[in-house]
Ligand binder design. Structure first.
Ligand SMILES: Cc1cc2nc3c(=O)[nH]c(=O)nc-3n(C[C@H](O)[C@H](O)[C@H](O)COP(=O)(O)OP(=O)(O)OC[C@H]3O[C@@H](n4cnc5c(N)ncnc54)[C@H](O)[C@@H]3O)c2cc1C
Length: 364
């Protein structure tokens, strides 16, 4: 059977924080956009559930903050770390010059459902669930769309621009043949050290589980959530751009991945909505997105790797409790210093602001 054909200005692959935000912003600016999500809904475990002050600022700029904060959430005005049974306050968001001086802890599916629902009020927003991009369509060196599997059969979407927002195992990135800069992963080392050592690490790092670690009798009981930190050298090709985790997988450290993905989406929409609308999109426009977002990504990943190597790896590898790092003790002793990590985690390097307009109803 011949594949169904569809064409749009922009095809966004992946309905995570990055893809839904980008789809929302472009549709709001009157640009026809199709967002593809391979799952049937947003209900999945193990997604970052932290909405940071800079993302809350974006929601405010969109006029959505008050409604958004009506969804059930918890406010975390500060974060800390536990070492040897002692709590060390680390970042205090009350020092930030942002509208909301807290992290909102909220299931990510609530965030995505909220944005997707609001997106549906724009006629140019088309969200296709259970639609998995399986390949790119190429014309010479140019990407002109994607091939998609759906329960109703194959679909081919032609687009001026395809944006890979399909996360850290991105199909778009792989099909485009992009190359990585950094890769990280240590499950094999952990396995070599043996299950008893793993159980001891858990008991030491999370004493609350100490009485239950003996229930771990087999590696099959342990679900591996791949934590990778990597970054593409080049985020774009003619007709194609990767952003969010598809361009730079973030580790859970600092809980900043969702935030960074949202910031990428805001920057991409700011820089691309006009060329998309005029139909004049060029490679330079895509390069501008990488130029804008690469620096914040590099800095954030660097900080994640420093924390991973100096705190987490040491704690996992140590046979006994470690003393708190000196920096944590310093933050704990001098509260105003907690503004620095709060700034890095809650606001981030080069926070983005919404410059895309809201098109008048009926425009597109
Ligand atoms: C264990 C773990 C815990 C984390 N915890 C946090 C945290 O607490 N806070 C935080 O801020 N960050 C956290 N992160 C990082 C964070 O999850 C990511 O940085 C963030 O989700 C990236 O958003 P994204 O939209 O780019 O990608 P994703 O959130 O990965 O979204 C990609 C979407 O694309 C869809 N998709 C994939 N392939 C296709 C395809 N071929 N076709 C169609 N759809 C497709 C997926 O189903 C998914 O919905 C964590 C990461 C890990 C590994």
């Amino acid at each position: 059977m011949a594949a169904e054909q569809l064409s749009t200005r922009c095809c966004v692959v992946g309905g995570g924080p990055c893809g839904i935000m980008l789809g929302f912003l472009l549709a709001r600016a009157g640009i026809d956009v199709v967002v593809l999500e391979k799952h049937a809904d947003f209900l999945r475990d193990f997604r970052g559930d932290t909405i940071h002050p800079s993302t809350l600022d974006v929601m405010a700029e969109l006029g959505l903050l008050d409604d958004f904060l009506k969804l059930p959430h918890q406010k975390a005005p500060n974060i800390g770390a536990v070492f040897d049974g002692h709590q060390y306050p680390f970042a205090d968001f009350r020092y930030l010059p942002t509208r909301c001086k807290f992290i909102a802890l909220m299931p990510q599916w609530d965030f995505l459902n909220f944005l997707a629902d609001r997106g549906k009020s724009y006629p140019s927003f088309h969200l296709r669930l259970r639609a998995e991009a399986v390949d790119l369509i190429e014309d010479g060196n140019r990407i002109t769309g994607v091939r998609v599997d759906t329960p109703d059969g194959a679909l081919e979407i032609r687009a001026d621009l395809t944006v890979g927002c399909d996360g850290r195992h991105s199909t778009v990135r792989e099909r485009a043949g992009f190359a990585f800069v950094i890769r990280k992963g240590a499950i094999e080392e952990t396995k070599r050290a043996g299950l008893p050592a793993f159980r001891r690490s858990i008991a030491r790092l999370a004493p609350v589980f100490a009485s239950r670690v003996d229930e771990l009798k087999d590696w099959d009981q342990i679900k591996l959530l791949t934590v990778a930190v990597n970054r593409l050298r080049r985020w774009y090709r003619p007709g194609l751009l990767c952003i969010g985790d598809a361009a730079h997988a973030m580790s859970p450290i600092g809980g900043v991945g969702v935030n960074l993905a949202v910031q990428d989406a805001v920057a991409a929409a700011n820089l691309l909505w006009q060329p998309l609308k005029r139909g004049t999109l060029r490679e330079d426009d895509l390069e501008a997105v990488q130029r804008r977002r690469e620096f914040p990504t590099r800095v954030t990943q660097r900080l994640q790797v420093i924390v991973q190597n100096n705190v987490i790896d040491r704690a996992l590898g140590a046979g006994q409790s470690l003393p708190a790092p000196w920096l944590l003790r310093l933050f704990s002793r001098f509260p105003p210093l907690r503004a620095i990590p709060a700034w890095l985690v809650g606001r981030g390097v080069r926070p983005e602001h919404v410059h895309t307009p809201e098109a008048p109803a009926g425009a597109g």
